[in-house]
Design a protein around this ligand. Structure first.
Ligand SMILES: Cc1cc2nc3c(=O)[nH]c(=O)nc-3n(C[C@H](O)[C@H](O)[C@H](O)COP(=O)(O)O)c2cc1C
Length: 122
């Protein structure tokens, strides 16, 4: 699965014990129609996975940098499902084992966008 990752991701993700391909169920078998809730359902499922992983002491790093085409070739993806993203799952290791550029990245101060409500009450 590693070869499906973009080069920058492969550099560090080659060491993780588990790589996931997240797929969305984009088509309802029973109705024979597209599933308009696929993005919502897939995000919810991933959100729950993140919470459960944290509870179990696992770290999850989500990645959009991968090749859908390679993933679809490499794995048997059932009809009605589509690849969305990949994720690496593992335990936290000391950043000192990482190559310099990755170590800097891991050790720098994390920043977050401020919470800015974009809806005004009337
Ligand atoms: C949909 C999505 C795609 C992402 N793609 C990548 C990616 O290809 N490579 C990467 O290193 N981080 C990617 N990220 C960011 C990481 O998953 C993570 O959110 C970010 O590194 C912040 O980590 P932190 O919470 O530990 O600071 C992506 C995040 C999301 C939600």
């Amino acid at each position: 699965m590693q070869h499906c990752l973009a080069e920058g991701n492969r550099e560090w993700a080659q060491h993780v014990p588990v790589l996931l391909l997240i797929v969305a169920k984009t088509f309802y078998d029973h109705k024979g129609s597209p599933n308009g809730f696929a993005p919502y359902e897939t995000g919810m499922a991933m959100g729950n996975l993140l919470v459960q992983a944290a509870k179990m002491g696992l770290y999850v790093h989500q990645m959009g940098g991968y090749s859908k085409e390679l993933a679809a070739k490499r794995l048997v993806i059932s009809a009605g499902f589509e690849p969305v993203a990949m994720a690496a799952v593992g335990y936290y290791v000391n950043a000192e084992v990482l190559p310099l550029a990755l170590r800097k990245c891991e050790q720098q101060q994390r920043t977050r966008l401020p919470i800015r409500p974009n809806m005004k009450s009337q």
